[in-house]
Each structure stands twice: as structure tokens, then as C-alpha cells.
Design a protein around this ligand. Structure first.
Ligand SMILES: C[S@@+](CC[C@H](N)C(=O)[O-])C[C@H]1O[C@@H](n2cnc3c(N)ncnc32)[C@H](O)[C@@H]1O
Length: 252
């Protein structure tokens, strides 16, 4: 077993039983990300660092025509994930497997090489080689697909005492907000000709990012990507204004 796997197993062996109930109060922005995914019909969606499969299950309910895959390094978290997927009767559409985000090969795990949507929710802040994990995630986005990330921000627009306290408390759980995330994403996405945007949410508590890939032949790729992309994939419910502006921004 890898060091990352045994570290995460130790962390989550007991916590996994109260994980979903406790995390809803502070892993903010996950539901907005799910609303934004809007995979195409029969599309494929991969979550890297899927934990208990909380997000995969909600997404599978929201998008009944898509297929969902999840990867996590922790066998303990995956045991809970599998139990929940079975309890929901989603085992035909939601498959999870053990893998390390930095070098995951979904072709080996699932027989699927690239995905219409890839997302990472509050996992990069727990992965020491997070740049490699981000690089790998971008490699797994299919032509005209997208990568979505939500994670802790830098807390800068919140009171200083709060940001300091949060960082100390998160450290206890081996969580480090990736303050250089935006630069890294822009560089990695740019090298692939992908367009990316990062938005700070909840006064800097969280970041929400999207990177969008164009297709190999963009003959039908819209001239006006802002409206065109939304036609191709009407990402967001009108009520999710932050999500909508994020998508407009991703095309500027
Ligand atoms: C804070 S939890 C988030 C779980 C889920 N994405 C959510 O939003 O509820 C972080 C997850 O990342 C996983 N993880 C940590 N390091 C990883 C790695 N190197 N590769 C894959 N998963 C990893 C942990 O096992 C854990 O399940």
C-alpha cells in the first residue's frame, strides 16, 4: 500500500462514518459544482478523490443519462462509497476504484480513457503532489469536455483571525489551501489550449474553477463561446448566478 493510501486510511478509518453529516457544514460550494456539471446525454463523469461518493450519488441522481466514475486513494473511504452506491441502487451507473490522483489510469480501472466532465472536490488541498494531480486531471478531459474544481480558498476577504484559525485547524487534517492554484491552473490549461477561470466564493473561503477543452475539429464550435458553450452544455440553473458568471468568464 502506498504512503498516501495508508495516511488517508488512518485519517478516515473512523471519520468516514460521520463524514457526510459533518462535512456539509464546511465543504462549501460542492452542490454548485454539481449543478454546473451538466454532462451531455450518455456522457461520462469522473470524480478524482471521490471519498464517500457523496458527490457522485447526488450527481447521478441529477443526471440520470450519464455514467459516473470515482477514484480515491483510500480503501476505507471506498468501502463507505460502495455501501452508499449500493444502498441507492446506483451500482450500474456509478463505479469507484482505488487509485492515486497523481498517476491514475482510468483506462486500466474502468476501460475509459477520457471523460466529458472531470471534477475534484476538496481533494487537491489534501494531495501533496497536487500540481501533478491537476496536470493528470486535465489530461483526462475529453475534447470539448471540462474540468471543475472546488476547494478551500485563501480566506483573504474574511477576518484575519478566522483565516488564521481555519488554516491551523485544517492543518490537523493534513489540509493545505493551495494558494498558487490559479497560476498553476492557468499555466497547465494554457499549454493544452484550454480556457480556464477561477472564481473566489464565500469571501475567499472557497475557490471554484473551470477549464474547458475545445474539440479536435472546431468547425461547429461556436463563434461566440459564451453563449455557444451554454447552448452546447447549459451548465447552470439560472438561480446559480455565481456559476453562470463563472462560465461566461471561462470564455472571455
Ligand atoms: C476532503 S475528502 C473530499 C471527498 C469528496 N471529494 C467530497 O467532496 O466529499 C478528500 C478525499 O481525497 C482523497 N485523497 C487524498 N489523497 C489522494 C490521492 N493522492 N489520490 C486520490 N485521492 C486522494 C482522500 O482519501 C479523501 O477521500
Amino acid at each position: 500500500m502506498s504512503l498516501a493510501a495508508s495516511h488517508m486510511d488512518r485519517m478516515y478509518r473512523h471519520q468516514r462514518h460521520i463524514y457526510d453529516a459533518s462535512r456539509k457544514f464546511y465543504l462549501l460550494g460542492r452542490d454548485g459544482l454539481i449543478r454546473q456539471l451538466q454532462p451531455p446525454n450518455d456522457g461520462t463523469v469522473l470524480e478524482i478523490g471521490c471519498g464517500t461518493a457523496r458527490n457522485l450519488i447526488l450527481a447521478a441522481r441529477a443526471y440520470p443519462a450519464a455514467r459516473f466514475y470515482g477514484v480515491d486513494v483510500s480503501g476505507e473511504m471506498l468501502a463507505t462509497a460502495r455501501k452508499s452506491i449500493l444502498a441507492e441502487g446506483l451500482e450500474d451507473r456509478v463505479i469507484v476504484a482505488q487509485g492515486d490522483a497523481a498517476n491514475v489510469d482510468p483506462n486500466v480501472l474502468f476501460g475509459v480513457g477520457r471523460f466529458d466532465r472531470v471534477f475534484i472536490s476538496y481533494a487537491l488541498s489534501m494531495i501533496p503532489p497536487w500540481r501533478e494531480a491537476l496536470d493528470r486531471a486535465l489530461d483526462l478531459v475529453a475534447p470539448r469536455g471540462s474540468l471543475h474544481v472546488v476547494d478551500f480558498g485563501d480566506f483573504t476577504a474574511l477576518p484575519q483571525w478566522f483565516g488564521k484559525g481555519m488554516k491551523t485547524w485544517l492543518g490537523v487534517f493534513s489540509v493545505t489551501p493551495r494558494t498558487d492554484f490559479e497560476n498553476e491552473l492557468m499555466g497547465l490549461a494554457g499549454r493544452r489550449g484550454m480556457r480556464a477561470r477561477v472564481v473566489r466564493r464565500f469571501r475567499g473561503y472557497a475557490i471554484h474553477a473551470v477549464a474547458v477543452a475545445s474539440g479536435p475539429s472546431d468547425g461547429d464550435w461556436p463563434n461566440d463561446p459564451a453563449t455557444g458553450f451554454r447552448e452546447y452544455s447549459p451548465f447552470v440553473a439560472p438561480s446559480d448566478r455565481a456559476g453562470a458568471s463563472l462560465h461566461r468568464a471561462a470564455y472571455r
